[in-house]
Design a protein around this ligand. Sequence first.
Ligand SMILES: [Zn+2]
Ligand SMILES: [Zn+2]
Length: 247
Amino acid sequence: MKIEILGCSGAAAKGFNTTSILINQEVLIDAGSAASVLDEKRLSGIRHILLTHSHIDHIKELPFILDVACFGKGEGIDIWGSSITLNALRKHLFNGILWPKLKQLGLDNSSCRFITLPKDTFNLNGLSAKSFKSEHINGARSFMISEGNKHVIFSGDTSYVPRLFNLAASLSGRLKLFFVEASFPDRMIEVARLTGHLTPSIIGRELHRFKRTRVIAYHIKPRYFEEVTTDMPEGMGYVRGGEVFNI
Ligand SMILES: [Zn+2]
Ligand SMILES: [Zn+2]
């Protein structure tokens, strides 16, 4: 499995792109930055977009990705999200005010499908995916992406969810990478709690459970980047965008 971090920041700033993570060239987790990072050929290759939630740092380039990915090819693109997330997009983004309605764009058809995430595992061109409820806003989800016996988890934006860490720990060495959001530094732990986010020390206290998994912080807010990475306990990695993982 090839994982490209196109962007992973909790806000946009010079040198920091918002969240978009490309897997095996075809599956995109969140639509925060792909259109401004990938060329047209690579954008056209995206077949699935999995949305963690509707916050703007995760969906802001969706219209521009669809502009490229939905036209001029036969295979179509599937956009997966919770029903709450997909309804929010229809109501607040593709509403004829911020951007044309899906019907006006000619996208409300077989070339561009909005699909509500199923409860069970679903297939994505050779990969499998499963979503889990996260604690952030209504409809927010975490994702586990699997290829055979190798798993990767993306927490999405979330506050502390014991069941996510329990699931991740239960996979032991089969979980190759565990991407966990760390939006704020530890001194802002109360802000993190109120806004449904994590800080390094909250992840750090769980770290002993992941001896055979790389735990990697992402979704760091650019203005706190130095502080957050300084707060990180030994044994925890982080990404800021541009990294590529092969597992
Ligand atoms: Zn976010
Ligand atoms: Zn969010």
